[in-house]
Design a binder for this molecule. Structure first.
Ligand code: SF4
Length: 395
């Protein structure tokens, strides 16, 4: 018998990849039926990651084919002074850790001008909860960005920052949101809850707002006509059940508001946190979180793999496990920043490197703006050949 004669048929091949445990979920995916919380727990606990990824890829290709999005953006973290002391956070200023800073408007302007030669379409701004900053600072911050870069999309302030901004403003949240919008705010990055679990909230970040508070603010954001992004921090103390519950609760909120654009699972980085005995997430876990997000979140159009958090190599692979977005070229990301050998603070990919990263994974790069409108940016013609994954950062 030749190798070809002994090869399984394509139907049999699907059965082999999916296996008995995942077959009921596979049938739902093929019928485009909504998966349940229990399905989510099965997807998180099944040893068959290939089967989970195979199904996530079916959904990803149904929605986007080979198209894989990226954005040219700059991150600005305007202060690292924070009074919330979250146990998983390495960003906030503390003794023996990062020195405190708050950027005045001139410093923000200089950071923006430093990258003015790059045709960025998005500025992403988040910071710590710094009680010294008055309401006016936030309005001026937005206006400064729009002044230096008119037309750019500003994605700024987690739900926790919004609570502080409202406290400083001493006005109803809907009024504050409209004023921030008027000053230039376009959307919200959505962080601040990490995972919708009261147990994790109590153990890791009990000074921040709880899940119900986060959901209420997200509803107010939708009502104000602002778009929002969703995240989930995984790889700390959360369980598979809590991950599935987080995704199902996001899905329920999206059914209600329809204002979420993208979901990004974020890998926890334990170094320099109070949880530094917890090991790093593995590529296996990173890919699973992307795949399960793709499968459970049937009302989210996009699933993002944030290469800074899970490495460019995992991000390349994730394009076959449900992700259709690589985030951006990113300048000066400091949230999980670690000094490299040169003491260099820059963490960024050029547009050329980003295109290469996507092409090497056998997908088609598409430059987008924050709302996934395609940017017509003629430059190097992308090729669509499917080649073996290669290291990309030296390109
Ligand atoms: Fe502060 Fe945000 Fe860090 Fe918590 S995660 S300590 S709120 S900067």
């Amino acid at each position: 018998m030749t190798i070809m004669e002994s090869a399984p048929s394509s139907t049999r091949l699907h059965e082999l990849i999916i296996g008995n445990e995942l077959m009921p979920i596979y049938e739902k995916v093929m019928a485009q039926e909504r998966l349940s919380y229990e399905d989510g727990v099965t997807l998180y606990t099944s040893p068959n990651l290939s089967g989970v990824g195979y199904m996530a890829n079916l959904v990803r290709e149904r929605l986007h084919g080979d198209r894989t999005f990226y954005v040219r953006n700059q991150h600005i973290n305007y202060t690292n002074i924070c009074n919330k002391f979250c146990k998983f956070c390495s960003f906030y200023a503390k003794k023996g850790g990062p020195a405190p800073y708050e950027l005045d408007l001139e410093a923000v302007r200089r950071r923006l001008e430093a990258h003015k030669d790059v045709p960025l379409t998005e500025i992403h701004m988040v910071g710590g909860i710094n009680p010294r900053l008055p309401y006016q600072y936030y309005l001026d911050l937005l206006r400064t960005v729009k002044d230096v870069r008119p037309g750019v999309h500003i994605k700024a302030f987690t739900m926790v920052e919004l609570v502080e901004i409202q406290r400083q403003a001493n006005k109803p949240l809907n009024e504050v949101l409209l004023e921030l919008k008027d000053a230039g705010l376009d959307s919200l990055p959505g962080g601040g809850i990490e995972i919708l679990s009261e147990r994790v909230h109590q153990e890791l970040f009990d000074r921040k707002l709880d899940g119900e508070g986060w959901l209420d603010i997200a509803r107010a954001v939708a009502k104000a006509g602002l778009t929002q992004y969703a995240t989930m921090l995984y790889g700390h103390i959360e369980t598979a059940e809590e991950r599935a519950e987080h995704l199902v609760r996001l899905r329920e909120l999206q059914d209600e508001t329809k204002h979420f654009v993208t979901m990004t699972p974020l890998a926890f980085h334990p170094e320099n946190t109070e949880l530094d005995t917890i090991p790093h997430t593995t590529g296996y876990d990173d890919l699973r979180n992307i795949a399960v997000s793709r499968l459970l979140l049937d009302n989210f159009t996009h699933i993002k793999s944030f290469w800074i958090m899970n490495t460019p190599q995992v991000t390349q692979t994730s394009f076959w496990y449900g992700a259709d977005d690589a985030d951006g070229t990113v300048q000066e990301y400091e949230i999980t920043y670690q000094d490299n050998d040169q003491g260099n603070k820059r963490q960024s990919l050029t547009r050329k490197q980003m295109i290469k990263l996507i092409e090497e994974a056998g997908r088609i790069p598409v430059e987008r703006d924050s709302l996934y409108r395609e940017i017509d940016a003629p430059a190097e013609e992308p090729t669509t050949s499917r080649r073996t994954l290669l290291p990309v950062l030296n390109g």
